[in-house]
Design a protein around this ligand. Structure first.
Ligand SMILES: NC(=O)c1ccc[n+]([C@@H]2O[C@H](COP(=O)([O-])OP(=O)(O)OC[C@H]3O[C@@H](n4cnc5c(N)ncnc54)[C@H](O)[C@@H]3O)[C@@H](O)[C@H]2O)c1
Length: 286
């Protein structure tokens, strides 16, 4: 441990269970000397394990639906009360698509669901930052991080309307990063993380195949939730004060790859199999 966050205070959104990326960030932030408030929706707090994490990290839990300005305002008020002053960092680790959950295909989307996806997974980021600014809740040189995915730039089968949500999320980091940086020296970045086996991640159809593919394609292998937490800690620390308005790939190199030897080998093998199947089929038909 390096005491990288000694004396720093923050808010962490999205720790549901010990698989959650936010859970690992909270554990690492605690180890690095930070104090923080944990928040999630009331139902997630009822069904999830956040209370276990709160006990472990000596953190206050404040329920908030990140789509509700009222809830977010209450969260900042309670946080200010708890710490008696401003905070230094915020983690936005929130994602949910009712279209993915209810298995609506991208070319048969429910627009009502689509709006919810955008509100929960992207606009909530704007709402949190705008409320923080309104309350002047963050110290100068503070840091805000949200978690994104490469589907913002490239089309990935079955990621559905979450792709649009992530594109908007990354754009909000740039647009607000300019304003908050100029006025308060506060930095805003997104981390584009490898596929990670969490509750949200595993909800994407074909997730196991995707995980194997990206593992094969990434020279350093997939980045784990704990490794993502380590990266978040550096972004909350004073070692990255001039990094802002960036979408930072944390994916073992996947985003720069076209084809790898390991993926090619598997692809060739499956072609051979297809050929065998085809030959066997032709034999049978004779
Ligand atoms: N798991 C992956 O493969 C992966 C990859 C790249 C990026 N991400 C992103 O990481 C973030 C965290 O997801 P995770 O993988 O840790 O899964 P997770 O399911 O553990 O976390 C998602 C969290 O969002 C919370 N949430 C949903 N609706 C909310 C609302 N209205 N208000 C407040 N919170 C709400 C959930 O309660 C949950 O705690 C998400 O933004 C996700 O898109 C995940």
């Amino acid at each position: 441990m390096y005491n990288l966050l000694k004396g720093k205070k923050g808010i962490i959104f999205g720790a549901l269970n010990d698989k959650s990326i936010a859970w690992k960030v909270a554990e690492r932030a605690h180890e690095e000397g930070a104090e923080f408030v944990l928040t999630n929706t009331a139902p997630a707090l009822r069904f999830g394990d956040t209370h276990i994490l709160a006990e472990k990290c000596n953190a206050l839990i404040v329920p908030a639906d990140a789509t509700s300005i009222r809830d977010i305002e209450n969260l900042f008020k309670e946080t200010e009360k708890k710490f008696g002053g401003k905070i230094d960092f915020i983690l936005h680790s929130i994602g949910m698509s009712p279209n993915v959950r209810k298995k609506f295909a991208y070319d048969e989307l429910s627009y009502e669901n689509f709006q919810k996806t955008i509100d929960i997974s992207a606009l909530s980021f704007h709402k949190v930052i705008q409320t923080a600014k309104k309350f002047d809740a963050i110290n100068d040189w503070g840091s805000i991080v949200a978690l994104s995915y490469i589907a913002a730039q490239r089309t990935l089968f079955e990621y559905n309307d979450m792709a649009e949500a992530k594109a908007l999320l990354e754009s909000i980091a740039r647009s607000f990063g300019y304003i908050y940086g100029r006025e308060k020296k506060i930095r805003i970045n997104t981390i584009s993380q490898s596929p990670t086996p969490t509750t949200a991640g595993s909800g994407v159809k074909g997730f196991d195949g995707l995980l194997d593919f990206t593992e094969r394609m990434s020279p350093l292998g997939n980045a784990t939730a704990l490794e993502c937490a380590d990266y978040c800690i550096t972004l909350f620390s004073d070692l990255t004060r001039k990094v802002t308005m960036q979408n930072l790939f944390h994916d073992g190199g996947f985003s720069s790859m076209g084809m790898s030897s390991s993926a090619m080998q598997l692809y060739n093998k499956s072609l051979e199999c297809n050929e065998c199947d085809y030959k066997n089929q032709s034999e049978l038909e004779k």
